[in-house]
Design a protein around this ligand. Structure first.
Ligand SMILES: [Zn+2]
Length: 100
Protein backbone atom coordinates (compact mmCIF):
# COMPACT_ATOMS: atom_id res chain seq x y z
CA UNK A 1 0.00 0.00 0.00
CA UNK A 2 1.32 3.40 -0.96
CA UNK A 3 1.46 5.90 1.91
CA UNK A 4 -0.80 8.93 2.04
CA UNK A 5 -3.32 7.97 -0.68
CA UNK A 6 -5.55 5.41 1.06
CA UNK A 7 -8.40 6.30 3.41
CA UNK A 8 -8.20 5.15 7.03
CA UNK A 9 -9.57 1.63 7.51
CA UNK A 10 -11.39 0.68 10.72
CA UNK A 11 -12.44 -2.56 12.36
CA UNK A 12 -16.17 -2.00 12.79
CA UNK A 13 -19.16 -3.87 14.10
CA UNK A 14 -21.88 -3.66 11.43
CA UNK A 15 -25.37 -3.49 12.93
CA UNK A 16 -28.47 -4.49 10.97
CA UNK A 17 -32.00 -3.30 11.62
CA UNK A 18 -32.95 -6.92 12.36
CA UNK A 19 -30.57 -6.99 15.33
CA UNK A 20 -27.82 -9.01 13.71
CA UNK A 21 -24.25 -7.79 14.13
CA UNK A 22 -21.01 -8.87 12.55
CA UNK A 23 -17.46 -7.59 12.44
CA UNK A 24 -15.93 -6.27 9.24
CA UNK A 25 -13.55 -3.60 8.02
CA UNK A 26 -14.67 -0.29 6.61
CA UNK A 27 -13.46 3.20 5.89
CA UNK A 28 -16.43 4.39 7.95
CA UNK A 29 -16.16 4.26 11.73
CA UNK A 30 -19.58 2.63 12.15
CA UNK A 31 -22.00 0.75 9.88
CA UNK A 32 -25.79 0.61 10.21
CA UNK A 33 -27.64 -1.59 7.71
CA UNK A 34 -31.28 -2.00 6.76
CA UNK A 35 -30.85 -5.57 5.58
CA UNK A 36 -28.22 -8.26 5.97
CA UNK A 37 -27.64 -11.91 5.09
CA UNK A 38 -29.51 -13.01 8.23
CA UNK A 39 -32.76 -11.28 7.26
CA UNK A 40 -32.72 -10.86 3.45
CA UNK A 41 -35.42 -13.03 1.80
CA UNK A 42 -32.86 -14.46 -0.62
CA UNK A 43 -31.01 -16.10 2.27
CA UNK A 44 -33.94 -16.85 4.55
CA UNK A 45 -36.10 -18.36 1.78
CA UNK A 46 -39.12 -16.55 3.16
CA UNK A 47 -40.89 -14.15 0.84
CA UNK A 48 -41.60 -10.79 2.39
CA UNK A 49 -43.71 -8.74 -0.01
CA UNK A 50 -44.53 -5.20 0.87
CA UNK A 51 -48.08 -4.95 -0.42
CA UNK A 52 -49.79 -1.97 1.11
CA UNK A 53 -52.46 -1.47 -1.52
CA UNK A 54 -53.54 -5.09 -1.87
CA UNK A 55 -52.32 -5.26 -5.45
CA UNK A 56 -51.01 -8.80 -5.16
CA UNK A 57 -54.31 -9.92 -3.62
CA UNK A 58 -56.29 -8.24 -6.42
CA UNK A 59 -54.09 -9.87 -9.08
CA UNK A 60 -54.48 -13.27 -7.43
CA UNK A 61 -58.27 -12.83 -7.28
CA UNK A 62 -58.45 -11.87 -10.96
CA UNK A 63 -55.98 -14.31 -12.51
CA UNK A 64 -55.47 -16.93 -9.80
CA UNK A 65 -52.21 -17.66 -8.06
CA UNK A 66 -49.41 -17.81 -10.59
CA UNK A 67 -46.74 -20.23 -9.53
CA UNK A 68 -44.34 -22.24 -11.68
CA UNK A 69 -45.90 -25.50 -10.47
CA UNK A 70 -49.43 -24.31 -11.32
CA UNK A 71 -48.40 -23.14 -14.79
CA UNK A 72 -46.76 -26.53 -15.41
CA UNK A 73 -49.96 -28.33 -14.38
CA UNK A 74 -52.02 -26.17 -16.74
CA UNK A 75 -49.54 -26.75 -19.59
CA UNK A 76 -49.59 -30.52 -19.00
CA UNK A 77 -53.40 -30.55 -19.01
CA UNK A 78 -53.46 -28.61 -22.30
CA UNK A 79 -50.95 -31.02 -23.83
CA UNK A 80 -53.01 -34.03 -22.71
CA UNK A 81 -56.20 -32.49 -24.13
CA UNK A 82 -54.49 -31.85 -27.47
CA UNK A 83 -53.15 -35.43 -27.60
CA UNK A 84 -56.65 -36.75 -26.87
CA UNK A 85 -58.15 -34.58 -29.63
CA UNK A 86 -55.56 -35.88 -32.12
CA UNK A 87 -56.33 -39.48 -31.08
CA UNK A 88 -60.08 -38.95 -31.56
CA UNK A 89 -59.52 -37.32 -34.96
CA UNK A 90 -57.32 -40.24 -36.09
CA UNK A 91 -59.92 -42.76 -34.89
CA UNK A 92 -62.66 -40.89 -36.75
CA UNK A 93 -60.56 -40.81 -39.95
CA UNK A 94 -59.91 -44.54 -39.62
CA UNK A 95 -63.62 -45.25 -39.10
CA UNK A 96 -64.52 -43.11 -42.12
CA UNK A 97 -61.95 -44.97 -44.26
CA UNK A 98 -63.32 -48.34 -43.10
CA UNK A 99 -66.93 -47.48 -44.00
CA UNK A 100 -66.04 -46.01 -47.39
ZN1 LIG B 1 -30.53 -8.13 9.07
Amino acid sequence: MKNGIHPQSHDVEARCACGNTFRTRSTKSELHLEICSACHPFFTGRQKLIDTEGRVERFTKKFGAQTVAQRKTVADAAKAAKAKAVRIAKAAAKAAAATA
